[in-house]
Design a protein around this ligand. Structure first.
Ligand SMILES: *Cc1c(COP(=O)(O)O)cnc(C)c1O
Length: 402
């Protein structure tokens, strides 16, 4: 399905938004005009000097980029390799999500939109969206599963303090998938005034490509930082956790066509891939459509979506971005399934060895280190997607039982 001209970049979306067999835009009639307008304009807008000037300035002065690439000495010693942490946790609001929201709010303004809606799982995307809306003085409505509102209460408070309206999603498992359904419903009802900021590389084309491009700053920085630190811009491994897959897409982006760089994604296995309580969409999923996109989806024999489970709200999604379904199918990237317990162990390990408390999502990427056969010369970049403040109530429960 790749067009001739794009064949040289086999891991990028074609004109219809397909990555090999996955992707596309399967949307209700009512959304067609909105998605079409976005598709027609996004490349021109985000490629323009005017946009890039505003975007780069905000990334530098407001978000705090470039984020450091920190060579973690104690962790390196423990695993017998050179381990570098890309510190997305040091971004304003504490995760990579704001790279995307800054870009999409700037895009929304250029599309003449006045009202912003978003879905959120862990609350990081909601907080990032509410933050940039406060900065740009735009109305902001965030949909969030009521279960997530409970387990991520500090982020709910942050969004409200930033002036956003947080609307609970009360259907299904009352988590990220259900919040996304509510956001799509809102967009159908308010197509003219509203831009929907999707928080990951999911949804109908052009969102997966748009979000990947806005997160690609991560691997752009990794390359130049590694070059000045080690004399070579390519690491041996890049590891990132995968919910929808945006921090991984950003960390992989500029390495996709460099096969010597091994790319590894960490999915949430929950209580185990065969336990029935999992969010490992690539392992247990089959081809299906969710939120406008053909991808690998957790579903029953007759195509009903299976409720996902993960200890981390940000990975608790039954689908995955189409780029990752394609990278998995073509073996360009490898995906490990990490259980709740393995993630918790990795979170405590990083805290105790490096003095960095990671988000529970990020801990899934760190847990991969135990599964690799590393050489002392290997350079490994782990994308530290976010910080652990929002997960403190989960960590407190674990500390009590230790
Ligand atoms: C949202 C989130 C994730 C998962 O989203 P991706 O789109 O897969 O990156 C991972 N880590 C953190 C800290 C998050 O907030």
């Amino acid at each position: 399905m790749q067009s001739e001209t794009l064949n040289s970049m086999p891991f990028h979306a074609d004109a219809s938004g397909f990555y090999g067999d996955f992707g596309g835009a399967f949307i209700p009639e009512m959304l067609y005009a909105n998605v079409e307008a976005l598709r027609n304009k996004y490349l021109e807008i985000i490629g323009s000097d005017d946009f890039q000037k505003d975007y780069q300035k905000l990334l530098r002065d407001y978000v705090g980029r470039p984020t450091p690439l920190y060579e973690a000495g104690n962790l390196s010693e423990r695993y017998g390799a050179r381990i570098f942490l890309k510190r997305e946790d040091l971004n304003h609001t504490g995760a990579h999500k704001i790279n995307n929201t800054v870009g999409q709010v700037l895009l929304a303004r250029r599309l003449g939109k006045k009202r912003i809606i978003a879905e959120t799982g862990a609350g990081q995307h909601g907080v990032a969206t509410a933050t940039v809306c406060a900065l740009m003085q735009m109305e902001c409505i965030v949909y969030m599963g009521s279960v997530d509102m409970e387990r991520q209460a500090p982020n709910v408070a942050r969004m409200r303090m930033l002036g956003a309206k947080v609307v609970p999603a009360l259907s299904g498992s009352r988590t990220l998938k259900d919040a996304t359904n509510e956001a799509i419903r809102d967009w159908i009802n308010n197509p003219e005034s509203t831009h929907y900021i999707i928080g990951s590389v999911v949804g109908p084309h052009p969102y997966p490509d748009l979000v990947a491009r806005l997160q690609a700053v991560i691997s752009e920085e990794i390359k130049s930082q590694l070059l000045s630190e080690t004399g070579n811009s390519n690491p041996d491994y890049v590891i990132a956790c995968v919910g929808g897959g945006s921090n991984a897409a950003g960390a992989f982006y500029h390495f996709l066509n460099t096969p010597e760089v091994k790319l590894i994604g960490a999915e949430a296995a929950g209580e185990g891939v065969s336990s029935g309580k999992t969010a490992a969409s690539l392992v247990v999923g089959k081809k299906g459509i969710i939120h406008g996109c053909l991808t690998s989806l957790m579903q029953t024999e007759d195509g009903q979506i299976v409720e996902p489970h993960s200890i981390s709200a940000g990975l608790d999604y039954p689908g995955i971005g189409p780029l990752h379904a394609h990278l998995h199918q073509t073996h360009r990237a490898l995906y490990y399934s990490i259980t709740d317990n393995e993630a918790i162990e990795a979170a405590f390990e990083l805290s105790e060895t490096e003095g960095i408390i990671p988000a529970l999502e990020t801990a899934h990427a760190l847990a991969v280190l135990k599964k690799l056969q590393l050489k002392t010369t290997d350079k490994v970049v782990v994308n530290l997607s976010g910080r652990g403040d929002k997960d403190l109530s989960t960590y407190m429960k674990i500390l009590e039982s230790r």
